[in-house]
Design a protein around this ligand. Structure first.
Ligand SMILES: [Zn+2]
Length: 408
């Protein structure tokens, strides 16, 4: 059975972790920062040293390519990202990128002739220092000039990063790839949670990346004297909001598992010790991997808000703030990941991703899925992020065999 070269993969992870290294043991390689560019230059040297073809597109996505004999063959993509959040960890993105590179090196050295081009790609700005999922959106043809005009990291930072990397908005918008030329996309990533570690499992096969809905709820009652107004006569907007928060948690846990709900902002007005709150604005967010379930969650959560408002004699206003569509992943790529894990005798389970990944963008243009590798303590976006060597190697072997299965 074919296996990756474990010492070489671990040495790569250690070498990359020295680029942008922080005193706490993590890395800081925000997208298109000098440290990120240094990481990409290092990646290029590894690609060329391995006898693979290096490619960089107009979005700054960097790739290692192992071409098929047939020049018009489709491309089987795998990979992740090299950028990190500021003061992030050594495994987020790096593990998936370097495992992909290692899988290509292993297949090349084994002299296997596959009917697809293999490409190990590192997407630009997955973490959102500039735009978020920037490289994958560009490749998928989902960037617009309007989207670039108001990037979440600010216009100046985007333009400075592009200039540093020799890229432009025009090159970003031109980086679209023809979906017909792609066979599939597979990503390995650390779990960033504790489900795998807690269950003692080797691998999590991701069936969907959750959709996220954000809604402002405004409860309006009547501001009043906090001493002289009898409790029975109050229209306290915060009583309604507080009851909603507790019951929303219980409802989602009981009816929508593994969905989650969060109330992240609460503004009570007028806001004083001695005034009954007359108005409360509450930021409600909920996540699930199925759009149909998200619809049901929205219906039930808003009905709960209306019921609570009526009970406390409040009015309720609802305003949708944002919506990210759930991305169900491809059953064929999921089956290939599970077959590869089975072939290697590794334990695995199916789960949803509650964080965003490039795979959700790629899933719109090609069959795509991803697998999670255990994260000790579930820590991520943290210098203490850690995945044991053995788990890294097992996951890279799964990726290797998944590529062989998908290549046919
Ligand atoms: Zn990541």
């Amino acid at each position: 059975m074919l296996h990756v070269n474990a010492p070489r993969l671990l040495a790569d992870l250690a070498a990359l972790a020295r680029i942008g290294a922080t005193p706490e043991g993590g890395v800081s390689r925000p997208a298109l920062s000098p440290a990120d560019l240094e990481g990409r230059a290092w990646f290029r040297r590894q690609v060329e040293a391995a006898g693979l073809t290096f490619h960089q597109d107009g979005a700054g996505n960097v790739s290692a390519i192992l071409p098929a004999a047939d020049p018009v063959a489709r491309t089987l993509l795998c990979g992740s990202h090299l950028d990190s959040v500021p003061d992030g960890g050594r495994f987020d993105g790096a593990l998936g990128t370097l495992a992909a590179l290692e899988a290509l090196r292993t297949i090349r050295e084994a002299g296997l002739a596959l009917p697809v081009h293999l490409e190990a790609i590192a997407f630009t700005d997955e973490e959102g220092e500039l735009v978020g999922l920037l490289g994958s959106q560009a490749l998928a043809g989902q960037l617009t000039q309007a989207g670039l005009d108001h990037p979440r990291g600010g216009r100046d930072k985007l333009l400075a990063g592009l200039a540093r990397a020799g890229l432009s908005e025009a090159s970003l918008l031109a980086a679209r790839r023809d979906p017909a030329a792609l066979r599939a996309f597979v990503e390995l990533h650390i779990e960033q949670g504790t489900r795998l570690i807690d269950a003692g499992l080797d691998l999590g096969v991701v069936t969907a990346i959750v959709g996220i809905r954000s809604v402002w709820l405004t409860f309006t009652g009547q501001a009043a004297h906090a001493g002289t107004t009898p409790l029975t006569r109050r229209k306290d907007a915060l009583w309604g909001a507080a009851e909603f928060i507790g019951r929303a948690r219980d409802m989602v846990a009981a009816q929508f598992d593994p969905g989650v709900v969060n109330c992240g902002i609460l503004h009570a007005e007028p806001g004083a010790f001695n005034i009954v709150p007359g108005r409360v604005r509450l930021a409600l967010e909920f996540r699930h991997g199925s759009e149909a379930t998200l619809d049901a969650m929205q219906t039930d959560l808003l009905a709960l808000a209306a019921e609570v408002a009526a009970r406390f004699s409040l009015s309720l206003a609802v305003e949708e703030a944002s919506r990210a569509i759930a991305a169900p992943l491809d059953s064929g790529v999921i089956a290939a990941l599970e077959a590869a894990a089975g072939r290697l005798g590794l334990s695995h389970t199916r789960l949803m991703s509650f964080a965003g990944h490039d795979t959700q963008v790629m899933s719109r243009i090609t069959p795509a899925a991803m697998a999670f590798v255990p994260s000790v303590g579930g820590l991520s976006h943290n210098p203490a992020e850690f995945t044991p060597d053995e788990a890294v190697i097992h996951a890279a072997d799964v990726l290797l065999h998944t590529l062989l299965i998908l290549a046919g």
